[in-house]
Design a protein around this ligand. Structure first.
Ligand code: NAD
Ligand code: UDP
Length: 322
């Protein structure tokens, strides 16, 4: 698995930066492509200067000509706040980005993995979600640019596979969290931790009874690498996530307990089309990849809280000296 030249689109983002680190540590060359829409140079600063790491500022909606063995296609804003900021660009990133990267895979013969999402199941009526479930997605709502963009990307992956024999892998990623999430990206774990550490109210949308299942980033990266290195013909889609399900209220209470904050829980309107429940069935990942998550929520949250605590103190120090 080492000694490969690997392209990671969205490599300066939250998941991409952890994946870059892992693949470099395993002796590969990593080419990180990012337009820095939600990613940050700070996420990969420690990798710059490594002779096996190369960074290109590039938008995947435009073609890219490089020579690589493997492609992890992660480029796409992932938080509702960011993907709804410029929804047309979000759809373009998923669809044109997939076409461009699949074209690159076709020309070079590279294997390509798509970072798809549990959002392809929409507000699911099958619970937990299995890969054979086709989903319940609103095609015209505010979340559609992301959900339908990712669904169309999956379609393109399977058509390039059937029509052009491109060697594809499709991972359906469920809510993943950890250090290097964007502090203002509006996702629930980063929001609650930042709110708790800075003494602000903790904002629960709706009554906080909706559920999510949270996977720590190191576990997810392990799953992605295992999927990428399965035999040719194992295409997925395969769910990758932690099957332990929590209500959003339970998450908020755990963050309050672990940070020791005096912040209050407050309730805000539930966003349109917010899925009521989400939990991966990971039987396929267990069988095909021998994979299941090892970090439980309390452990992963501990590391995430420590990260944001450091970040907020550094920002405070910069603010005071400015
Ligand atoms: P992120 O926003 O931190 O990372 C996305 C990266 O893509 C950023 O660095 C961003 O600058 C870059 N990007 C966006 N548009 C681009 C474009 N047009 N060209 C080049 N780069 C572009 O999000 P993340 O959580 O690291 O997510 C990574 C991938 O995993 C995304 O495709 C996301 O849809 C998928 N995913 C994530 C989760 C999760 O819970 N984190 C869940 C399901 C799927
Ligand atoms: N959420 C919340 N408060 C926040 C941010 C999010 O209650 O400050 C809720 C949100 O409505 C959703 C869940 O937490 O039900 C997960 O939201 P996130 O944006 O992290 O991911 P997604 O909805 O894409 O799973």
């Amino acid at each position: 698995m080492s000694g490969k030249r690997i392209l990671i689109t969205g490599g300066a983002g939250f998941i991409g930066s952890h994946l870059s680190e892992r693949l470099l540590a395993e002796g590969n060359e990593v080419l990180c492509v990012d337009n820095f829409f939600t990613g940050a140079r700070a996420n990969i600063r420690h990798l710059i200067g490594n002779p096996d790491f190369e960074l290109i500022r590039h938008d995947v909606t435009f073609p890219l000509y490089v020579e690589v063995d493997q492609i992890y296609n992660l480029a796409c804003p992932a938080s509702p706040v960011h993907y709804q900021y410029d929804p047309v660009q979000t759809t373009k990133t998923s669809v044109h980005g997939a076409i461009n990267m699949l074209g690159l895979a076709k020309r070079t013969g590279a294997r390509i993995l798509q970072a798809s999402t549990s959002e392809v199941y929409g507000d699911p009526s099958v619970h937990p979600q299995v890969e054979g479930y086709w989903g319940n997605v609103n095609p015209i709502g505010p979340r559609s640019c992301y959900d339908e963009g990712k669904r169309c990307a999956e379609t393109l992956f399977f058509d390039y596979h059937r029509q052009h024999a491109v060697d594809i892998k499709v991972a359906r990623i469920f809510n993943t969290y950890g250090p290097r999430m964007h502090p203002n990206d509006g996702r629930v774990v980063s929001n609650f931790v930042v709110q708790a550490l800075s003494g602000q109210d903790i904002t629960l949308f709706g009554e906080g009874t909706q559920t999510r299942s949270f996977c720590y980033v190191d576990d997810l990266v392990e799953g992605l690498i295992r999927l990428m290195n399965t035999e040719k013909g194992v295409t997925g889609p395969i769910n990758l996530g932690n099957p332990n399900e929590f209500t959003i209220r339970q998450l908020a209470e755990l963050v309050v307990e672990m940070t020791g904050t005096g912040s209050k829980l407050v309730f805000r309107p539930l966003p349109t089309d917010d899925p009521r429940q989400r939990q991966p069935d990971i039987s396929l990942a267990k069988a095909e990849l021998g994979w299941e998550p090892t970090a439980q929520l309390r452990e992963g949250l501990g590391k995430t809280i420590a990260y944001f605590d450091r970040l907020l103190k550094e920002e405070g120090a910069v603010g005071q000296s400015a």
